[in-house]
Design a protein around this ligand. Structure first.
Ligand SMILES: Nc1nc2c(c(=O)[nH]1)N[C@H]1C(S)=C(S)[C@@H](COP(=O)(O)OP(=O)(O)OC[C@H]3O[C@@H](n4cnc5c(=O)[nH]c(N)nc54)[C@H](O)[C@@H]3O)O[C@H]1N2
Ligand SMILES: Nc1nc2c(c(=O)[nH]1)N[C@H]1C(S)=C(S)[C@@H](COP(=O)(O)OP(=O)(O)OC[C@H]3O[C@@H](n4cnc5c(=O)[nH]c(N)nc54)[C@H](O)[C@@H]3O)O[C@H]1N2
Ligand code: SF4
Ligand SMILES: [Mo]
Length: 753
């Protein structure tokens, strides 16, 4: 199937959004060769797109101290000049009427403008008070995969090193935690072994639980190019909802939500049954495990006996023959196979296991650590990898893939931080849901939220918004009011993208530097400045002597040095179009494929999964389990939630862009035509969606760009109107390994409103 330029533009929905903005597109399926329409720039400054984990290189055009244009950086290997519609329109998020220009403190229920000095003194007094009365675990920090690495590093050191609490977590818990737990349990080390360059080498793409056309559009354009340049390429899409991504699939499996584990196990069954296992690879490089117990190959095979395509077929809602076909295509000996997945697998109470099972398929077939063969978890945020997974800014982690529970790891980091290791806690702090539960119960007294909007993005919102009101909450934001800042006691005006320099690490291990292009407006300051100021005023100045971002980076680099995720210098990052770690020699090459010679600097020969003591990755026996909440007689529909191309999460930035707002003004609920007929609802009519936790009223969308299978509805979560915020309805059940919430599935009832 050849995919035309028109199909492509339709798939990534840029044509409608950009109609009227005069944007030009390149030839073929090249996507937007993006430059903002008006580009009378005096100079172009190198950076990275503010939004998604693809990490497109941009050049920001500056004129009279303002960013007036953005163009795709033609020299950046990620996007080679392309940008999606959000990237092109970035200049429009900068000077908006809701930019927060001054610190504000809530007095008698009203926000009052105050000086930085007053705001900081209040924050410091509250921290000191809580710590003195209730101990260090009464305070916490909630950060973001959109923080630059330097911010996350300083916050981590301040809370875990100086204050002595591991209560630092962030939105990557809602996003990437299951991917982390999956990589770590299977390979002993976090993050993908491959890079985006595998796309141009692969000929089978197994896309499960990801809507790349809308959530990773420029990467999707690389996929489309690959398909158009090679007619042999096959694309498999597994999603309970027909998406723009599914439109390019050769095989689209529209299965029952929440049955991925059964499907993946069944594929493994077929791979063994059909003799598609790479026996040499499996015997040299893997162990079979069930929990902590080692299995033999035959025991693993026996475990899979429950997952024959015939047995699994009624559960997953696919014909047995289709399961056989997809397994055979995945495992075909003469093909290179790349898997990609995102929240359809991660945001589930069995998210970690689902990740394990994708890895299983690559390990069984030996389709790993060779160009074009890789299990590749797509990252959501621009620096969820660089700032959170690598810096270790979650409640159980320490820098450079270390963990708080390991005394050796604490000692190594304490040495670099210049503190007594006894000052650090061995106990993981609150993960996201626990943190907001602790706020609701009163156990958490002070919470600092930076670069994230939990008042809209956390599941089962009613309870947690009450918690946010109760606790003393500081919110560092670029805009005000947001659904979080409205609940704050102090709001701090943050410098936005390219009003500060910093480092982002994208989904392919690429560390990229963004230069400062313009001054922040009003009294807005970089988050790192506020963090350092609070650290000093709390009396920890000696631990935070940093005057520049370079100095922060160079200390962080020491944490990575001698590990298997070594990083390059700040100076070099300023010049390069990013480097994919490990960069063993700071002036030497970066790394295409980890664990394999000749690519990985730590492997002399063959393949070595050095994250595991015996160098072997694990093939796990993981049974299927139902989602926490299944549809029943009272709540008969599956609700799933996610994204649309035009908006970024809670839409604080993208609703400021008139073109994006026009293209996607408010949220809706996608309903299958058959279900809509049953409940008597027509396209555009209002529907009430009710779960055991809350309610939403939304317009029905029937046969729109996403079409859920019968029995399922789907709602994007960008709308800020209280009656349309779907997180009042979603469930806060979480994966007991990764602690990631199950945003993708809960049970609801529908009624015509
Ligand atoms: N435009 C835009 N792009 C973004 C973002 C954004 O806000 N806007 N956010 C970024 C971030 S942080 C993230 S995490 C990524 C998310 O990227 P994606 O995960 O690709 O996006 P989602 O829309 O959350 O969900 C993907 C798909 O999961 C499917 N799904 C639901 N239930 C199941 C299931 O049981 N099994 C399977 N296999 N699939 C299921 C949904 O139907 C949906 O199509 O996007 C990133 N990119
Ligand atoms: N129902 C449902 N809910 C979900 C999900 C889902 O699929 N379904 N997905 C989850 C996932 S994967 C994610 S990643 C989260 C994302 O959820 P959030 O992180 O809560 O959403 P964002 O809108 O990205 O919030 C970022 C905030 O930072 C502000 N900001 C921008 N730049 C800066 C800066 O430089 N400094 C500071 N201090 N602030 C800045 C923005 O204005 C914005 O308010 O949502 C989660 N919630
Ligand atoms: S694909 Fe992602 S990183 Fe690239 S321009 Fe679009 S939003 Fe930005
Ligand atoms: Mo995310």
């Amino acid at each position: 199937m050849k995919f035309s330029r028109r199909d492509f533009l339709k798939a990534i929905a840029v044509s409608t959004a950009l109609a009227g903005s005069g944007c030009s597109f390149g030839s073929g399926s090249r996507g937007a060769q993006g430059t903002t329409p008006q580009h009378d720039a005096e100079k172009w400054v190198k950076g990275v797109c503010r939004y998604c984990g693809v990490g497109c290189g941009v050049l920001a055009g500056v004129s009279k101290g303002k960013i007036v244009a953005v163009k795709g950086d033609p020299d950046n290997p990620v996007n080679k000049g392309r940008l999606c519609v959000k990237g092109i329109l970035l200049p429009k998020i900068m000077d908006t009427k809701d930019r927060l220009l001054h610190p504000m403190v809530k007095k008698d229920g009203q926000f009052v403008k105050v000086s930085w000095d007053e705001a900081l003194n209040l924050i410091v007094a509250k921290f000191k008070d809580a710590i003195a009365q209730f101990g260090p675990d009464s305070v916490g920090f909630y950060g973001s995969g959109q923080n630059i690495a330097e911010e996350a590093y300083v916050a981590n050191k301040l809370f875990k090193g100086a204050i002595g609490t591991n209560n630092i977590d962030g939105n990557p818990r809602t996003c990437m935690a299951s991917a982390v737990a999956g990589y770590v349990s299977t390979f002993g080390e976090d993050e993908p072994m491959g890079t985006y360059a595998d796309i141009e080498e692969a000929d089978v793409f197994f896309i499960i639980g990801a809507n790349m056309a809308e959530a990773h559009p420029v990467l999707f354009s690389r996929l489309v190019d690959r398909k158009n340049s090679n007619p042999n390429v096959k694309i498999i899409v597994v999603d309970p909802r027909r998406t723009r991504t599914a439109d390019i699939a050769d095989m689209f499996l529209q299965f029952v939500p929440g049955t991925d584990l059964a499907l993946l196990n069944s594929m493994a069954y077929v791979i063994i049954e059909d003799n598609l296992v790479d026996r040499d690879f499996v015997s040299q490089h893997t162990n079979f495990m069930q929990g902590e117990k080692k299995l033999t190959f035959d025991e693993f095979k026996a475990f899979l006996a429950d997952y024959t395509p015939e047995k699994v077929s009624p559960l997953v809602g696919l014909p047995a023959e289709q399961i056989r076909e997809v397994a055979r295509l995945f495992a075909a000996k003469d093909r290179n196979t790349m898997s990609m997945w995102t929240m359809g697998l991660n945001q589930r109470i069995r998210g970690t296991w689902a990740n394990n099972l994708v890895h299983n398929l690559h390990l069984l077939t030996g389709k790993i650590c060779r160009p074009g063969n890789t299990p590749f978890s797509l990252t959501g945020q621009p620096s969820a990898c660089g700032s959170i997974r690598e810096v270790g800014a979650l409640s159980h982690l320490l820098p450079a893939h270390r963990v708080v529970a390991n005394p050796k790891h604490r000692e190594e980091i304490a040495k670099i931080w210049g503190i007594d290791p006894a000052r650090m806690s061995a106990k993981p702090g609150y993960h996201t849901i626990e943190m907001f539960r602790a706020a609701a119960s009163g156990a958490l007294k002070v919470l600092w939220v930076v670069c994230t909007n939990p008042g809209q993005s956390i599941p089962n919102l009613k309870l947690y918004r009450e918690g946010m009101e109760k606790t003393f909450m500081i919110v560092s934001e670029t805009y005000h009011p947001t659904r979080t800042s409205e609940l704050a006691d102090v709001v701090l005006p943050a410098a936005l993208w390219m009003e500060k320099e910093g480092v982002y690490g994208n989904g392919e291990r690429r560390t990229q530097h963004l230069a400062k292009a313009v001054e922040p407006p009003g009294e807005a300051k970089p988050d790192v400045w506020a963090l350092l100021e609070v650290a000093k005023r709390l009396g920890f100045g000696d631990l935070f002597p940093f005057k520049t971002n370079d100095e922060i980076w160079e200390e962080y680099r020491k944490c990575a040095s001698g590990t298997k995720m070594e990083l390059s210098t700040y100076d070099r990052l300023k010049k390069e179009r990013g480097l994919t770690w490990p960069v063993h020699d700071p002036n030497g090459p970066d790394t295409y494929i980890r664990y394999a010679a000749p690519y990985d600097p730590y492997v002399k020969e063959g393949i070595q999964f050095y994250g595991k003591p015996d160098g072997r990755a694990v093939i796990f026996a993981r049974p299927h389990a139902n989602p926490q909440e299944m549809p029943d007689a009272d709540y008969p529909f599956y609700l799933s939630t996610g994204r649309v191309l035009e908006h970024w999460h809670t839409a604080t930035m993208t609703m400021n862009v008139p073109e994006l707002k026009r293209a996607m003004p408010e949220m809706y609920v996608e309903i299958n035509q058959a279900d809509a007929e049953k409940i008597g609802v027509k396209d555009g009519e209002l529907v009430t969606i009710t779960s055991r936790r809350g309610q939403c009223r939304l317009k029905a969308k029937i046969n729109g760009r996403g079409q859920p299978r019968p029995g399922m509805v789907y709602v994007p979560f960008h709308d800020t109107e209280m009656s349309r915020m779907i997180n009042f309805v979603t469930i806060d059940a979480f994966d007991d390994v990764s602690k990631q919430p199950e945003y993708k599935i809960c049970a609801v009832q529908l009624a015509k409103a």
